[in-house]
Design a binder for this molecule. Structure first.
Ligand code: SAM
Ligand code: SF4
Length: 343
């Protein structure tokens, strides 16, 4: 009964305290929570699923995040950088396939000059598409130049809002700078996406509840949340990793707290569980990010295992597979650029 009342308040008022969030995150049978999130998703953002074409253009990274296979010290992976012309060709393919957003993602690779990135953004903007960047922490000035070149959105997960845990997992980086980046991006007029990595060692339900409160406080436009999947040759290779249920609860709670945001069913969710995308779409998600990069490179963008099977066209997030999956769920494919429609 108490649980029903909590879910009802959330569904009608989109607000709840930390204790309430922890109680709901601990639910053994979350089906009512999921149903409420699905209703709110339908009411506020409708049945459309927006596709964002992902291009992973470099796997070089100078950071050392403990969970990530691309971390600089990992000498066991082969590194690549796409040529600007290759990136633009992939974006053209995306445009011809009807996509309305291109997401450019990479490790923190200082090789690409801001002027080069600005030119790539300008070229893609000429194709009448929205451009999202996910290239890590930059200076205020660099963010401003990329915005001026036409970038519309930026994805930078906070990963965890627990400062102590954040510092443990990100040697040489600072929590304060991460937050500074998010504030800069907001002030510069980007649509701002952030999110958590779920199931990190030492992460508690209380920490996850605080993550959700942080997202609401900063009024995030987009939230990407996925399970942490342990990756070989990283300091966390022998850890357990996140479970799908906790990710789905976080997504459902995010949708109830922030009814009009854009929220993907993430690739990691689709990799961790064969039905991950479908489950995500049923728990509040309204975005999927098909990978439209070049097969040869997809194989090398190894954040975690299982991301790309031997035949990359069978990858869970290939464009064709995703379109079929969306229609099978009685959902439609978004036709416009899919900006956040603020309620
Ligand atoms: N370098 C940029 C950054 O860190 O913001 C963008 C690329 S980074 C690979 C994108 C996201 O991948 C990170 O925000 C992190 O949450 C996720 N990621 C990294 N390693 C992961 C792992 N082992 N399991 C699941 N997600 C992971
Ligand atoms: Fe680099 Fe991003 Fe991976 Fe961290 S998460 S090591 S910044 S690619």
């Amino acid at each position: 009964k108490d649980i029903d009342a909590l879910i009802e308040t959330l569904e009608t008022q989109h607000d709840i305290n930390k204790e309430g969030l922890v109680t709901l995150l601990a639910l053994e049978n979350p089906s009512k929570l999921y149903q409420a999130a699905d209703r709110v998703r339908k009411k506020y953002v409708g049945d459309e699923v927006h596709l964002r074409g992902l291009i992973e253009f470099s796997n070089y990274c100078s950071n050392t995040c403990f969970y990530c296979g691309l971390r600089g010290p990992n000498r066991t992976i082969k590194r690549y950088r796409m040529e600007p012309e290759e990136i633009i060709q992939c974006a053209k393919y995306g445009a011809s396939a009807g996509l309305k957003t291109i997401v450019l993602q990479s490790g923190e690779d200082k090789y690409f000059k801001i002027t080069t990135l600005c030119k790539i953004v300008e070229e893609i903007k000429k194709m009448d598409m929205a451009v999202t960047l996910s290239i890590g922490e930059l200076s205020t000035k660099d963010y401003a130049e990329l915005k001026k070149a036409g970038a519309d959105r930026y994805l930078l997960r906070i990963e965890t809002t627990n400062k102590e845990l954040y510092q443990k997992l990100h040697p040489g980086m600072s929590y304060e700078n991460r937050v500074r980046c998010l504030i800069d991006l907001r002030e510069l007029g980007y649509e701002v996406g952030t999110g958590s990595l779920i199931g990190l060692p030492g992460q508690t339900l209380e920490m996850l509840a605080k993550d959700l409160m942080f997202f609401k406080k900063i009024d995030a436009d987009m939230l990407g949340m996925g399970p942490f999947i342990p990756c070989e040759n990283t300091p966390l290779e022998n850890e357990k990793g996140g479970d799908v249920e906790t990710v789905l609860k976080m997504m459902a709670l995010a949708r109830l707290l922030m009814p009009d945001i854009n929220m993907p069913a993430t690739t990691a969710l689709g990799v961790k569980d064969k039905l991950g995308y479908i489950k995500g779409l049923q728990c509040g998600a309204n975005v999927i990010m098909p990978n439209i990069g070049i097969d040869e490179y997809k194989k090398l963008y190894k954040l975690y295992p299982g991301k790309v099977p031997d035949n990359p066209s069978e990858t869970v997030n290939s464009l064709e597979n995703i379109k079929k999956l969306i229609l099978s769920q009685n959902r439609t494919i978004g036709k416009d650029k899919g900006y956040r429609k603020k309620y």
